[in-house]
Design a protein around this ligand. Structure first.
Ligand SMILES: *Cc1c(COP(=O)(O)O)cnc(C)c1O
Length: 632
């Protein structure tokens, strides 16, 4: 389609609002990623075309390790700025919580680029600690062990201390302190201890219940005191070095953070008064991301910036420490979402299956139409901005008529098809007229929803965007090309799974939540690519294998010093073979059984020897295919 637009159309997808400077549109109308927020950036469409030449087809996950670097630097700088501004008496050290994105490349990259900022690691399970024990991290950085722990977990943390790592065992429940004391007595080693407190303050947003008195996590005030008493009795109080609080992820409202940090600082101060040499105050995660760009405390947004977060934490702790006359603690945050969210996006193809002009085609060659069909045809011809409400209601009535005639056996399938397509066209016209007339009613809102075009999209929500399905979290979705061509269609994205939940039907919008996405008409033979952005936190690792759709291939893309970009690493996606194995089927055993089916078919004369051999080869070859659609 020829476009009257020579330059990118601003605003429709809100890139400037949610992109945090990492996303843009170039003159070709292509989505661009700028890992350092400057320069020409990476043309995502060209990247996908290049990958296609290298036989990597969509869906593909693009990772931008340099965005991880930018975010690590931004977080560190924000805290440094706040520390200078408020003359805070101690430093800041971050840790990356592994559960947010446990992919090797992500964790290793964060520790590598975070080395100079002493970025550490937070682990919450034995498997995560197993990894953490062996990874290289700055000797000054922390290795924080959270989560419920058994003796085995705690023992592993002791090994970390023996290796010289700055490990902190954060006690979540009383039994862990007993376990610590036992292992300390037998080994003579004394790793740092932290206590996770339960605050009265709650967060806001989807994870509100992670905090507060009824939370699943943390020690009550009485339990904190009991831990302290036990440590005193054993003579281990000197090793109580951290207090930890985490009131939930994606705190949407800055006021909740201030309130929680205030309470946490008081708890810290009281421990200092009791002569516990607590050195670290760990404020947990929760640093929110503005997914929809609205800068509000709504669920997929946050009403503050990273700098404001750092300012509020530093200022609040500083104020309470002054007031209580205790030394300022080293601040620790476990900001996982903020470090990783921007660095990955999924690109895949989408196609609208509607066949345009169906009604016109049928109408011309269908003699002797029934009255319901003729009526619809006339409504379709005469509907206008002046009469659309009335004509739309007439069409509704004619549609009833159409189906009862069909039920009674008076209509052919062709007539029914024609009636359905005419009705569809009338609805589309009526909707257009209602917008033209600025007419708002429930009826036409329902109509708009019903008329959303279904774009069949080559991916699985359950694998690639699980939080959309589980908690209704919104993510920015947009085409990666034709961004200088006005999007004339209103659509939703339906995925490949045989599950009615497998669709994206709510979209980010600055003012509201949109139930439609502006998209372009698609044509056969020309791919139409869409990107789902901000998947780097929790999404690209938490997905499941619904319908046996597997991991998508990954390409890690970097910008070189000359401004040119290239693929640094390619990781293949799951194959059919991989996926059947996850369900407990042995691919070799399946092949064996397939062979015996073939032998039987040959025996019964259904297949010749040669065809059977060819089928066997084909079956074996298919095991290496991707689980997604191969549309070339
Ligand atoms: C999940 C979790 C985090 C990460 O929170 P974000 O909001 O992603 O930064 C930090 N600390 C603990 C204890 C967690 O459970």
């Amino acid at each position: 389609m020829d476009s009257p637009f020579k330059t990118p159309i601003p605003g429709i997808y809100g890139i400037q609002n949610w992109g945090n400077g990492y996303f843009d549109v170039n003159a070709a109308g292509h989505l661009v990623v700028k890992p350092y927020r400057t320069g020409a950036g990476i043309d995502v469409y060209e990247m996908v075309e290049e990958l296609r030449r290298r036989r990597v087809t969509v869906p593909v996950l693009l990772r931008f390790p340099q965005i991880l670097e930018s975010q690590v630097r931004a977080l560190h700088t924000s805290f440094q700025n706040a520390i200078s501004e408020f003359h805070y008496g101690a430093g800041y050290q971050g840790v990356f919580p592994m559960k947010v994105n446990h992919r090797r490349d992500v964790v290793e990259e964060l520790l590598r680029i975070g080395y100079k900022y002493h970025l550490g690691l937070e682990v919450g399970s034995k498997a995560e600690l197993y990894v953490g024990l062996s990874l290289e991290q700055s000797p000054d950085s922390l290795l924080i062990c959270n989560g419920f722990k058994d003796d085995g977990f705690i023992e592993m943390a002791f090994w970390a201390e023996a290796l010289g790592k700055r490990v902190v065992i954060v006690v979540e429940q009383l039994r862990e302190i007993h376990s610590y004391c036992r292992i300390a007595e037998t080994t003579g080693r004394l790793p740092m201890i932290g206590l996770r407190g339960r605050l009265y303050s709650k967060g806001s947003g989807k994870w509100e219940e992670s905090g507060g008195e009824t939370s699943k996590f943390g020690l009550t005030t009485e339990e904190l005191l009991e831990c302290f008493r036990i440590l005193q009795e054993k003579g281990y109080v000197d090793h109580l070095r951290m207090l930890h609080f985490h009131i939930g992820s994606q705190i949407t409202d800055i006021r909740k953070i201030k309130t929680a940090v205030k309470e946490a600082s008081r708890v810290y101060a009281k421990f200092r008064h009791m002569k516990a040499p607590v050195e670290f105050l760990n404020v947990g995660g929760g640093l929110g991301i503005d997914y929809d760009g609205s800068k509000t405390p709504s669920d997929s947004s946050a009403n503050y910036t990273m700098q404001e977060f750092a300012n509020d934490v530093v200022y609040t702790v500083s104020e309470i420490c002054d007031n209580e006359d205790v030394p300022a603690p080293t601040l620790v945050s476990e900001s996982g979402r903020a470090l990783s969210v921007y660095h990955s996006l999924l690109v895949t193809n989408a196609a609208n299956r509607a066949v345009p002009g169906l009604a016109a085609r049928h109408e011309s060659n269908l003699p002797g139409k029934s009255s319901a069909v003729t009526e619809m045809s006339e409504i379709n011809r005469d509907i206008s901005v002046k009469n659309f409400r009335e004509y739309f209601h007439d069409a509704l009535q004619q549609r009833e008529e159409l189906f009862s005639l069909f039920d009674l056996g008076f209509l052919s399938l062709e007539e029914r098809a024609l009636g359905e397509s005419l009705f569809q066209e009338i609805c589309e016209r009526a909707l257009r007229f209602s917008k033209q007339a600025n007419y708002v009613s429930d009826e036409f809102e329902i109509l708009e929803k019903a008329l959303r075009k279904k774009y069949i999209t080559n991916f699985s929500v359950f694998q690639s965007m699980p939080d959309f399905w589980t908690i209704g979290q919104l993510f920015p979705v947009l085409p990666i090309h034709r961004l200088n061509e006005y999007p004339t269609e209103y659509g939703i994205l339906v995925d490949l799974t045989c599950d009615s939940d497998g669709q994206i039907d709510s979209f980010v919008d600055v003012k509201d939540i949109k139930e439609i996405l502006e998209l372009h008409p698609t044509s056969n033979g020309t791919p139409y690519y869409v990107a789902m952005c901000l998947l780097g936190a929790y999404q690209d690792v938490m997905g499941d294998f619904h319908n046996l759709f597997g991991m998508v291939p990954e390409a890690h893309v970097v910008v070189g010093e000359n401004g040119r970009y290239h693929v640094q690493k390619l990781i293949p996606g799951s194959t059919v073979r991989d996926m059947v194995a996850t369900a407990g089927f042995s691919p070799d055993d399946l092949a064996e059984r397939f062979r015996s089916h073939l032998a039987r078919a040959v025996q019964r004369g259904r297949l010749g020897e040669e065809s059977a051999a060819a089928l066997e080869q084909a079956y074996l070859a298919r095991a290496g295919d991707s689980t997604y659609l191969d549309l070339g």
